[in-house]
Design a protein around this ligand. Structure first.
Ligand SMILES: [Cu+2]
Length: 346
């Protein structure tokens, strides 16, 4: 224990020394951050840093995702082929999430976090009917927009020697978003939207995470393992599948205000348990209504940058594509994801 305290004391002295150095060559704005521009995790990784005592961070994080085309397992499936089994099929989907991100350093070891998302989904679908040798396709669109599930959490700095850092996070997902939205469709009005179009989980969810950061003078790498554990069953009678997310990234300084970063992300998520009574009768007609076709795994590669617009604010951008997908299907596969952050600390 004594040794740990000594290491911590030494490393904080080291950080202070770094700080003075930093301030001396960066006199455009006052700066109390010890971070090199390459020491931030990429845009799509949240909760991979802590703040100093009394320090606030406020910002927005936006995610844009496009899904296009069908996949069953690891194989692409044409809509024509999938229509042999299903009357209605999704064609593509656009997802947007804009989050208000607030962090506050309770002390140097504990940081509190709050995330308030606004979510917007739209999905194009096709209904195919064959009657007396005549096939009719009817295209239609469904939309859902609203407040997402609000997340509150904390990050604990479990180990930090200045070069290496271990952070333990625990976030609680509050069931604030809708999960029983309906829409008019060619089949009938006020039809329950499919599972991927519902914004909220409807359950209280726990999101534990562990982060390891390794800092060098002008670059860093880090890794984060995160689980989303849904508890109980929502009022529609189901529970979303638990999810595991693993990230590995590296960031390198190009100049004092710009760093390039890249990362790989792996996801694995389970099927739902139970089902929504309003969707169950349609599960044989449209895969988005089937609670047993929700699981999958994927791996994506992202590249982007962190730009320090002032010593206290930064802009982050990254774009990524999956290089592996295995999903219960036929269901929509992921295409492009773009993350954009504007973050300000004070
Ligand atoms: Cu922060």
């Amino acid at each position: 224990m004594k040794k740990l305290f000594a290491t911590l004391a030494l490393s904080s002295m080291g950080l202070m020394a770094q700080n003075t150095e930093h301030t001396s060559h960066d006199n455009s704005c006052s700066c109390n951050e010890s971070h090199n521009i390459s020491h931030y995790a990429p845009a799509g990784v949240m909760g991979a840093h802590v703040h100093k005592k009394g320090e606030w961070m406020i910002g927005t994080r936006s995610m844009f995702m496009e899904m296009d085309g069908l996949r069953d397992g690891t194989n692409r499936v044409s809509n024509n082929k999938a229509h042999k089994d299903y009357m209605v099929l999704p064609k593509d989907m656009k997802m947007q999430m804009h989050m208000l991100d607030v962090m506050y350093g309770l002390n140097d070891d504990w940081t509190l976090t709050l995330m308030v998302p606004w979510v917007r989904y739209s999905m194009n679908l096709n209904r195919r009917m064959t009657m007396m040798g005549t096939t009719t396709d009817t295209k239609f669109k469904t939309r859902n927009e609203g407040l997402g599930d609000i997340k509150v959490g904390s990050i604990y700095r479990a180990y930090d020697d200045g070069d290496e850092q271990v952070l333990l996070g625990l976030t609680l997902n509050l069931p604030t978003a809708n999960f029983d939205e309906e829409s008019n469709t060619p089949m009938r009005d006020d039809m329950r939207l499919g599972y991927p179009m519902q914004i909220g989980s409807g359950t209280w969810d726990l999101i534990p995470s562990i982060v390891y950061n390794k800092f060098y003078t002008n670059w860093s790498w880090g890794t984060k393992l995160e689980a989303t554990i849904h508890t109980g069953e929502n009022s529609e009678g189901y529970r979303r599948g638990d999810k595991l997310t693993y990230n590995l990234w590296a960031s390198r300084e190009l100049n004092p205000v710009l760093a390039l970063n890249s990362r790989v992300e792996f996801n694995a998520w389970e099927d739902y348990r139970g089902d929504d009574d309003n969707l169950e009768p349609m599960s044989g007609m449209n895969p988005v209504a089937d609670a047993d076709l929700r699981g999958g795994k994927d791996a994506s590669f992202f590249a982007g940058f962190t730009w320090k617009t002032c010593s206290k604010s930064r802009v982050q951008f990254e774009a990524g594509m999956p290089f592996y997908q295995e999903i219960d299907g036929p269901n929509l596969e992921k295409d492009l994801t773009v993350n954009v952050n504007f973050l300000y600390s004070f």
